[in-house]
Write a protein of this length. Structure first.
Length: 208
């Protein structure tokens, strides 16, 4: 439990809409946190522009610059330690990480489907929503989860649900799911700050 705003790092690989969501939640007083570091996995993405506009420190750490996922991950976690980060939040981050023991339970992600359905390598953004519609699912939503060493496989913190519509496109479904993400992610991070999340095996228990 933290009695003060927690320091978070946000890891991005694209447009930075999740980063902006968290910044908006902080500004609105719904999330007691400070973004002390933004790490981008590549140059030229809009998320870097968002971070720069918000006067946030940005580092670009690209997987192709490292010989292995282990050395790549070590660099990221070392930078987060140096910035005194309490919680790492993935926001559209597309690279696999190898988790050091001391960061287990301190890295969170949000995924735009109801995991374990429609998760895993290559399942991100438009691909997720199109797969949901192609499969004929009646509901979709988002999942906040702790991160482990596999894509989208860590213990689930929260899931928010919406119905699919007969005339949905991947874009229209994505828009509705993102409205859920805007609620779910700040709530989960704030619950972490307040010490309300307890991991027991594969389950995350909320305490009040």
């Amino acid at each position: 439990m933290f009695s003060h705003p927690i320091n978070i790092a946000v890891l991005i690989s694209g447009g930075g809409t999740t980063l902006q969501n968290l910044l908006d939640a902080i500004h609105a007083g719904a999330l007691s946190a400070r973004v002390v570091l933004v790490i981008a996995s590549r140059q030229g993405i809009k998320g870097i522009d968002r971070a720069t506009a918000a006067n946030l420190p940005v580092q670009i750490i690209s997987r192709k610059d490292f010989d292995s996922v282990e050395t790549f991950s070590d660099c990221i976690f070392n930078e987060c330690s140096r910035a005194k980060v309490d919680l790492i939040c993935l926001g559209g981050w597309l690279q696999l990480l190898r988790m050091p023991e001391q960061w287990i339970g301190r890295v969170m992600n949000i995924h735009p489907s109801l995991l374990p359905s429609f998760g895993g390598k290559g399942m991100f953004g438009h691909h997720v929503h199109q797969a949901v519609l192609d499969h004929g699912c009646k509901i979709s939503g988002c999942t906040v989860h702790f991160v482990d060493n596999d894509y989208d496989a860590g213990p689930i913190v929260a899931q928010h649900i919406c119905e699919t519509q007969h005339d949905d496109t991947a874009e229209s479904l994505a828009a509705r799911v993102f409205e859920l993400e805007k609620i779910a992610y700040p709530q989960a991070i704030e619950a972490y700050r307040l010490g309300q999340l307890k991991i027991i095996g594969r389950r995350v228990m909320w305490t009040r």
